[in-house]
Design a protein around this ligand. Structure first.
Ligand code: CP
Length: 343
């Protein structure tokens, strides 16, 4: 914890009241709490205290990205590999920048141009990379459970950047970070997560993070896009966006994952947008200070109209900005836990 405070203090140009109170909050928590996980696989098993600790740590890193020299030393000499078996714009770039801002060396691995195309397994690939001295593996894979499998079979830290329909923990962390920034706290907030819930790892991680931090979550979408186990999850469900739009403080519009849809879960895109799209008309019935979110990439005109995506209630680009600080915090904490774990 003192290392975080040193970083915060070394890199703080202006000792504003906000930064001071944030530092004090970290100190208070630090007295009772020590981060101990060298892997971040999902949020289902994390406590509210652990989630807050990541968010507080991210707050300490936030201002590094606003300085003219966007670098801090905590991962100097460490190697982070971005092991992405699926496409990504935001998560991949954000992890690369986060690692680089903490002075790590970053290796970009793509399936194309690698020996995976010759049949090499995930574990063999990871073990070969580890043999070259990799300290942290950031993995995105279309198979749920791939990050967990790696964490059990290699010594490096493993961070899940999205696995199948299972979890996308850093997306959910940046989502709750953004909500906390906008609303002060998630306690008692009403949050709707709308759309293609069944194919969404973001919805799952969001649901765990948001409910653990005290929000009331409603999943909204057509019955054909609800997960089979929805009745066992700590959420409400609704099949009508019109029923919930006036009540919620935050709305997170999910991307329709056309590449994963099987069968015909809704009659047409136009029909989907009519019932589940966030339109200017629906926004006129929402609370004036509703926070509009989307994890990206957006299908404009499907999940939401462009006027809403680019409107004053939208925090979509703020989410992307916050992702950097959150991922810096995650890389920093898993590395710290690894340093403190006996080999
Ligand atoms: N939100 C998200 O995971 O975006 P990318 O697929 O571009 O990483």
């Amino acid at each position: 914890m003192s290392r975080i405070l040193n970083i915060v203090e070394r890199h703080t140009h202006h000792s504003s009241r906000r930064q001071h109170s944030m530092t004090m909050a970290i100190m208070r928590k630090g007295k009772q709490f020590r981060w101990q996980r060298k892997h971040l696989i999902g949020l289902r098993d994390l406590s509210a205290e652990e989630i807050h600790y990541i968010l507080d740590t991210a707050q300490g890193f936030e201002q590094i990205s606003t300085r003219s020299v966007k670098k801090a030393p905590p991962l100097r000499g460490k190697v982070v590999v971005n092991l992405f078996f699926e496409d990504s714009t935001r998560t991949r770039t954000s992890f690369a920048l986060a690692a680089s801002r903490l002075s790590a060396d970053v290796v970009e691995f793509t399936m194309k141009n690698s020996s995976v195309s010759k049949g090499e397994t995930l574990l063999d690939t990871a073990r070969n990379l580890e043999s070259m001295g990799v300290d942290i593996v950031v993995i995105r894979h279309n198979a749920a459970g791939a990050p967990k499998l790696l964490s059990r079979n290699i010594n490096a830290c493993v961070v899940n950047a999205g696995d199948g329909y299972c979890e996308h923990p850093t997306q959910a962390l940046l989502d709750v970070y953004t909500i906390r920034q906008m609303k002060g706290s998630l306690e008692g907030l009403k949050i709707a997560i709308v759309g293609d819930i069944s194919h969404s790892r973001v919805a799952r991680s969001d649901m765990w993070a948001m409910t653990k931090l005290g929000a009331e979550v409603t999943l909204v979408g057509p019955p054909t896009l609800m997960p089979a186990d929805v009745g066992r999850l700590p959420v409400n469900t609704s099949y009508s966006l019109d029923e919930v739009i006036e009540k919620v403080d935050v709305i997170n519009m999910l991307r329709i994952q056309f590449e994963r849809l099987g069968g015909n879960p809704f009659p047409s895109i136009r029909e989907y947008s009519r019932y589940f799209g966030l339109t200017v008309e629906r926004m006129q019935r929402a609370k004036p200070d509703i926070v509009v979110m989307h994890p990206g990439p957006i299908n404009r005109g499907v999940e939401m109209e462009s006027e809403v995506a680019d409107g004053t209630n939208s925090v979509i680009l703020r989410q992307v900005t916050n992702g950097l600080a959150v991922r810096m915090a995650v890389l920093f904490l898993v590395n710290q836990a690894a340093a403190e774990t006996p080999a």
